[in-house]
Design a protein around this ligand. Structure first.
Ligand code: PEP
Ligand code: MN
Length: 339
């Protein structure tokens, strides 16, 4: 339920409404808009009629139901876009944000070489997996904490922010010590224990769409993070499974503007996992800019033929720099400047 306060509602009136919401068994979430405060009342409280009764409370302008099953992440509750903040970097703001780096953290040298190259080419965030959710148990599983340390060193040498994947609730604490943004992979989009834990991790979360998940399911997974206390969520379209085997996945580009209609959260595109093919990463990235994505997550490796994972879809550092130069004009056309 949305409790819209009057523009001149006082703090005491807002506090009173929040207290009443809690006494009815719901949880209040205050959203401060430019003109007024709205309070989302969510949860499994037993009687929604109680919330309707708040219509006559002092300072309340209106009480309206949220029609969608996802509440806190819906546009109905919050009309303004959410801007996710990592220190001075904004995701979902004016600037188009590029996150780039290897699929896996392999060696210190590989990460440093890639980090310097992607920074020089204009990336803002370094990606790299230290905990890898591999389809086969015999494949490289990641360097774990040693990998996190390498990423942190690359951050201090380049000034790039760091995004890295966390695959279990138990690892959230240690990954949060090193990462600026916590990545939830496609395979874990519905790992609800992980999502709940990330609600309390105090770090922005990039939530990837599951390979067989609907848009509604993605938003409900985001809702798990939001309702557990974290509204700093970035949604990521990374391709879904279809009948088409020519690409690794099928990039659902329309999901980008659709998610923006349905939710206030920023949306980025991962053209690497979406296509699985180096030659398709650049055209898919241009399309992502044109369709209104807030950023990109791209795999880059200095020597993709030697990569321990996902070499076929990784851009070389030179290929990435060329793509960034070309994207610059696309982004400028959109009046969103990368630097
Ligand atoms: C990744 O980005 O490292 C990854 C494993 O991707 P996905 O979860 O989209 O498969
Ligand atoms: Mn990968």
């Amino acid at each position: 339920m949305i409790i819209a306060m009057k523009p001149d509602a006082t703090k005491a009136e807002i506090d009173h409404v929040c207290g009443a919401i809690e006494s009815f068994g719901f949880t209040p979430h205050i959203i401060r808009g430019e003109e007024r405060v709205v309070i989302g009342a969510v949860g499994r409280g037993d009687n929604k009629d109680h919330l309707h009764s708040l219509r006559s409370a002092p300072g309340v302008a209106d009480v309206v139901p949220i029609t969608q099953p996802y509440k806190l992440v819906s546009r109905e509750l919050k009309a303004n876009k959410t801007v996710v903040r990592v220190d001075d970097l904004e995701i979902g703001g004016e600037r188009f944000v590029v996150m780039a780096g290897p699929c896996s953290v392999e060696t210190r040298e590989q990460v440093m070489e890639t980090a310097h190259a992607v920074k020089l080419a204009g990336a803002h965030v370094l990606r790299g997996g230290a905990y890898k959710p591999r389809t086969s148990p015999y494949d490289f599983q990641g360097l774990e904490q040693e990998g996190l340390k390498i990423l942190a060193e690359a951050r201090s040498l380049t000034g790039l922010k760091v995004i890295t994947e966390v695959i279990t609730p138990e690892d959230v604490e240690i990954v949060a010590e090193y990462a600026d943004i916590m990545q939830v992979g496609a395979r874990n989009m519905q790992n609800f224990a992980l999502l709940k834990r990330l609600g309390k991790a105090g770090r922005p979360v990039l939530l990837k769409r599951g390979m067989s998940s609907t848009i509604k399911e993605l938003l409900l997974s985001a809702e798990y993070i939001a309702t557990n206390g974290n509204d700093q969520i970035i949604l990521c379209e990374r391709g879904i499974r279809t009948f088409e085997p020519a690409t690794r996945n099928t990039l659902d580009l329309a999901a980008v503007p659709l998610l923006k209609e349905m939710s206030h959260l920023p949306v980025v595109v991962d053209p690497s996992h979406a296509t699985g093919k180096r030659s398709l990463v650049r055209p898919a990235s241009k399309a992502a800019v044109a369709i209104g994505a807030d950023g990109l997550l791209i795999e880059v490796h200095p020597r993709p033929e030697e990569a321990w994972s996902d070499g076929a879809q990784s851009l070389t550092t030179t290929g990435f720099a060329e793509m960034m130069a070309e994207l610059q004009s696309y982004v400028s056309l959109e009046s969103r400047f990368m630097n």
